[in-house]
Design a protein around this ligand. Structure first.
Ligand code: DX5
Ligand code: ZN
Length: 215
């Protein structure tokens, strides 16, 4: 069954505890935390302190998406804060193998995120070592953007690689997910769907309906 990962980027931050507990109680499997540094992407969001705070309010999987450069210097603090999965963009630092090793040696899951400008062939060397591959269907940096259909073929490509190489990584789709684009992703083999503005910018009474509508 497909997993849903609400992105707190679109949540009402003054009520973040309530927001996260609401999506938790309404069935979300992962809580997606978008970390942006104003350097790898032109926006600044959260650091490890948010992960630490959320660790205290939910037992769900804290799915941390690093959009930062460099990456390696920050891994320890995100692990210490209580991350369950840490994904990063390989082009944002020098040694992706070292980053993956560092994440996994601390009992955390590692993920590779694919920017729309990066091709599957450019990250294929890492797929055997990671737990998650994030297909970005928007240019990283902001919530509320339109889903890029051009990226859907990467989902299919990753599914084929998984089958061929008998691998177990999950395929997560991030950006522009709503009930219609979710359908396209599921048909092409997605395992996890990130959704920010589709879930959070609506009436709080609707969270269950909205989460269910993505399955
Ligand atoms: C974009 C982030 C996404 C974003 C998704 O850089 O990685 O996770 O929060 O937001 P929506 O669902 O609004 O496109
Ligand atoms: Zn994200």
């Amino acid at each position: 069954m497909i997993k849903i990962a609400p992105s707190i980027l679109a949540a009402d931050l003054i009520n973040i505890k309530e927001e996260v507990q609401l999506v938790d109680n309404n069935g979300a499997e992962y809580i997606h935390i978008d970390v942006m540094d104003g350097h790898y992407v032109p926006n600044i969001t959260f650091g490890p302190n948010i992960v630490k705070s959320l660790r205290g309010v939910t037992k769900k999987v804290l799915d941390v998406h690093l959009m930062i450069s460099p990456v390696i210097n920050y891994i320890d603090s995100f692990i210490k804060a209580g991350s369950d999965i840490i994904s990063f963009h390989p082009e944002a630092d020098k040694d992706s193998n070292e980053i993956i090793k560092k994440i996994k040696s601390n009992n955390c899951k590692a993920g590779i995120a694919i920017h729309p400008n990066i091709q599957v062939k450019d990250i294929i060397q890492y797929v055997g070592d990671v737990d998650l591959v994030v297909v970005m269907t928007v240019i990283p940096g902001f919530g509320g953007q339109e889903f890029m259909k051009s990226e859907v073929n990467k989902i299919l490509e990753l599914c084929e690689i998984k089958k061929e190489k008998k691998l177990n990584f999950e395929i997560e789709i991030d950006g522009g997910i709503n009930d219609k684009t979710a359908k396209i992703c599921k048909e092409n083999g997605a395992d996890v769907l990130v959704a920010g503005s589709y879930i959070f910018s609506n009436n709080k009474d609707n969270y269950k309906t909205l989460i269910d509508s993505l399955r």
